[in-house]
Design a protein around this ligand. Structure first.
Ligand code: ARG
Length: 565
């Protein structure tokens, strides 16, 4: 249990002694240090329930604070738990406890704040580009954010299943196969670029010549029926795209556990459709089969078109059925752009109508767009996949200029780190304005800034011959300087920040924390001598702990932490 959970738990207990009601308990980290390290307004929130017993919220807060003070557990952590008008309860860490926690960081090292109980399973659906289409910047966001969410849950002790739901099925493949045959193309010699053009050209031609659409449909039908030629071309399209995508994954250093892909679910679709009909969840409507959501304010969703073709939704239903039976997850997380919000609302609702699971075990983490500085949608369309790859390469090139001697390995860590962090420090749902300067700002909230702070801790530690990793009794009771105290206070917050970031699907919370820690450390480093000072042992311990937390934090964000820069 982290400190916040402990406070919560204790408040729940003392509240239960006074009232049967269970109001939501909000615990904050106040900005103003005069309000303590934590603060809660629960006495004001719960006051209406206990009006008959207390004169005002402040009296009630005093009573709660007195009870909390008696609880042995919180007494060990806080030096003071105090009511403050008009009814807040504030908590102040004891220095003794902060130093004890520092020892814990140094003992547990990269395991600090983590767990490996592996009781619950969570499935994370992320990246998921489409075959024969560009790996767009939206897929880049999904890959970066999805991977971080994966890392966070894994670190917290969940069994994590990452699944790349590649778009490799659907009527568009009829078009592609038709085009490949018509144009006598050697697919293996084409880039994704060219394949995407085929699709665009077809749509142009079909405007003049609508019966082309029937030909394409026929090819998709053949593909579904297992026609050898159709399958062969489809396989080549897939392999060609995957080869190109893997260059991006390699550069990003990302490996996803599974890629079951849409095509995998093809054989389950008749059974899914039958179940929807049998359970009266889907009905015929103008030749199509649709799921209606009366009362939920959602438009109907098609699971079989009037030409018999299944849809993205049908395949997503099958995907859920498979995941539920295969892994029995507690949670399924989809990291997909905001433009698919309606699709996921319909999907989760349909699952509930089918009685497979409650809608609240599914989450759509929706990322916003990338915009260019003029506020327009930032597009990797021109040059598509290649362009995205070039952007990543340019990032590495820019990083080379920042690193000593242009070390290639370090430049890659810094350049790719900068791209990832720039995405992650924004709230996933917000739009991002693409900005090279900010991405590499050495004085700002950027990966290079964090990496520098980490490298600084390592350069101090490298000068220490025998690294002292234990904080012993003699360290206690020394007059802590303001800068030291700030670091200690931040270190102890790390476990709950990680938990908050995971529970809220918000890697940005972790980013902001790491930025704050780096700033506080840099400030300490500038003001105080570490090596050769009277408090050397303690300060080395502090430096080592900051290094550890930065390293763990960056690791969770999928960012490397080079020892030198
Ligand atoms: N391939 C889809 C796209 O690029 C994203 C798939 C997301 N995952 C899912 N289960 N629907 O739009």
């Amino acid at each position: 249990m982290d400190v916040k959970e402990q406070i919560l738990h204790n408040i729940q207990n003392v509240l239960a002694e006074i009232t049967d009601r269970k109001p939501y308990i909000k615990i904050d980290r106040p900005q103003d240090p005069n309000h303590g390290d934590y603060s809660t307004n629960i006495a004001m929130i719960a006051f209406p329930d206990v009006k008959s017993k207390f004169k005002d919220p402040f009296k009630f807060a005093q009573e709660l604070a007195a009870k909390l003070n008696k609880s042995g557990e919180l007494n060990e952590i806080f030096e003071r738990i105090q009511a403050q008008p008009p009814g807040f309860i504030n908590f102040w860490f004891s220095e003794e406890h902060l130093i004890k926690e520092l020892g814990k960081v140094l003992d547990k090292k990269e395991k600090y704040a983590g767990s490996d109980n592996k009781e619950k399973t969570v499935v994370i659906d992320y990246s998921s580009p489409n075959i024969a289409k560009a790996f767009g910047i939206g897929h880049l966001r999904s890959t970066i954010i999805g991977q971080t969410i994966y890392n966070l849950y894994k670190f917290l002790g969940y069994k994590t299943i990452g699944d790349n739901h590649l778009g490799d099925w659907g009527t568009q493949f009829g078009i592609l196969i038709y085009q490949v045959i018509e144009k006598k193309l050697d697919v293996e010699k084409q880039g994704v670029e060219k394949l995407e053009e085929l699709y665009v050209e077809f749509n142009k031609d079909a405007e003049e010549n609508p019966q082309l659409r029937d030909r394409a449909r026929l090819w998709f039908k053949k593909l579904e029926d297992g026609d050898v030629r159709a399958r062969e071309i489809w396989k080549k399209l897939t392999d060609t795209s995957l080869k190109e995508f893997s260059r991006i994954y390699d550069l990003l250093n990302i490996k996803i556990d599974y890629a079951y892909s849409e095509s995998f679910y093809e054989k389950m679709l008749p059974e899914i459709i039958r179940e929807c009909v049998d359970k009266k969840v889907a009905v015929e409507d103008q030749g199509a089969l649709v799921i209606k959501f009366p009362g939920d304010g959602l438009p109907p969703a098609i699971i079989r078109k009037n030409d018999g073709a299944t849809t993205y939704l049908t395949r997503d239903l099958a995907t859920i059925k498979f995941r539920l039976s295969q892994w029995d997850p507690k949670l399924i997380i989809y990291e997909v752009g905001v433009e698919q919000s309606l699709h996921f609302k319909q999907l989760f609702k349909a699952v509930e109508l089918l009685g497979w699971a409650k809608a609240d075990m599914f989450v759509h983490v929706r990322h916003g767009l990338y915009l260019s500085s003029d506020g327009k949608k930032f597009s990797t369309r021109r040059g598509k996949t290649i362009h995205l790859f070039k952007i990543l390469e340019e990032a590495v090139g820019r990083a080379e200029k920042l690193t000593k001697g242009g070390d290639k390995r370090i430049a890659k860590a810094v350049g790719i780190g900068a791209v990832k962090y720039f995405d992650l420090f924004h709230n996933p749902s917000s739009d991002i304005i693409f900005d090279w300067e900010k991405m590499f700002a050495l004085e700002g909230n950027s990966a290079p800034y964090l990496q520098y702070a980490f490298a600084r801790t390592q350069s101090v530690l490298a000068k220490v011959k025998s690294q002292k990793s234990k904080v012993k009794g003699e360290i206690q009771n020394q007059n802590l300087e303001k800068e030291e105290l700030l670091i200690l206070r931040l270190l102890i917050y790390f476990p709950e920040v990680v938990r908050d970031a995971a529970e809220n699907f918000s890697p940005n919370l972790l980013c902001n924390y790491l930025f704050e820690l780096s700033q506080v450390f840099n400030n300490f480093y500038q003001k105080h001598k570490i090596l050769g000072s009277k408090k050397e042992e303690f300060r080395i311990a502090l430096t080592s702990a900051v290094g550890q937390i930065l390293k763990t934090g960056l690791y969770l964000l999928g960012i490397e932490a080079p020892e030198k820069m």
